[in-house]
Write a protein that binds this ligand. Sequence first.
Ligand code: 6PG
Length: 507
Amino acid sequence: MIQQDKLCDIGFIGLGVMGKNLVLNLADNGFTIAAFDLDNEKVSAAITQDKLENNSDTERVIGCSSYTELLSKLKSPHLIVLSVPAGEPVDQVSESLIGAGIQPDDIVIDTGNSLWVDTVAREEKYKNNFILFSSAVSGGEEGARFGPSLMPSGSPYAWTRIQPIWEAIAAKVDIETGKPLERNKPGQIITTGEPCTAYIGPAGAGHYVKMVHNGIEYADMQIICEAYHVLREGLSLNTNEIADIFEQWNNGPLDSYLMEISVEVLRHKTPDNVPLVDLILDKAGQKGTGLWTAVSSLQVGAPAPTITQAVYARSMSSFKSLRVQAEPLLTGPEKTTYTSEQKNEFIQNLHDALYCSKICAYAQGFQLMKQAEKEHGWKLNFANIAKIWRAGCIIRAVFLQSITDAFERDEDLENLIIDDFFAKQLNNNQLAWRKAIANITLMGIPAGALSSSLSYYDSMRTAVLPANLLQGQRDYFGAHTFERIDKLKGKKYHVQWGTEDKAIVEI
Ligand code: 6PG
């Protein structure tokens, strides 16, 4: 029997890129880890890398060759982190842990992008075997290594055990400025600042919030790509010129990780000095989280057209051969040439269109979470959610501080676009946004996310929409009834369309 104090703090299963980096991050922060992967070489690779980076023989990561060995190397009650693909693998590992003798007070944290309803079902399914906790991780490889954003949810008791560990390894922001605190070297740790993790709510809530994070990520990426497309095709700018514009935009309200990496991708050249981006096939991949967000927005009735359009854009891109076939068959406008003055004005309008669309994408994501909160009886803290996205995650941006401020001013804010700060931003930029969309339309360049954002904005600021006619149509063919603005609220009416006098009757 190994003594308790010689046992490891954390068991870790799944040493892919994310898993290995989370292990190294945990080790840097003083935790000892018993690590297991079905591929033994991944275990060895993690141990070797940790020794190299740590520059010492201290064993911070202990390799295990079975689930049973992993459990035997852990302090009780066991705390186990899973970094395995979402779906079946989570259940396979859970069953293996049960087979290996996991105990009901042991905690298993699923850090993958699991579908939130699966997480709710799993918590229930395994509750007599162990405590399933979920905590999605955002930030990719680098985030996992030097500080991700973590979205934990599930048993509040489990959170009391996990919290100090999560707060240690999460990205940190400066309390005064709200800006990320830099950490980028092995061995370096940050013990000051606000950690980018906060308890989100009951089982599934954290995975829901991460799903919406990814939906916003899809939207944010797509609007940047549409701006790139317009600059490339509409203004005939080269990759370097576009990178210069994006770099400049990254110094203002659009300052974000996604903008920063877009500049890097655009500047990257092959050994033959060809911009790499020109050689990348224009077919987008997707693992499903954006689609889940779009589906959920339809299910709960919270419109998220920018996010949904971003998912469509990925699907559209996958029809490569159809698009190649259609290009010579279908007509677009003649290409226009612009003076440099016109170009500059257009570029400024495009910047404003991007900024306003970004506001709409986040407004949609937060409103969706608000709607889901009501639907599922959660109590989400939106200021905290915005706070933990300020650093570490893929959508990290200066902008997230303004969202934090908006929800701190009004925790019940129904939609970001009616917050004073954001309303002002939209009001000041809406004309430029319209001009950009009008020009893009005349250029014949697809920009579904930018233009559907404008339509979202216009719908949201329109007190009377044409749904009155729609209700009339529904009543005509299906006797679906309607309410009247000149009568008592809640009273239903129907027109006897098939009769001579077409009388309006109260139902
Ligand atoms: C993150 C990312 C991460 C992953 C996405 C990519 O927050 O770190 O969102 O979760 O990179 O799953 O999703 P797609 O493959 O669907 O683009």
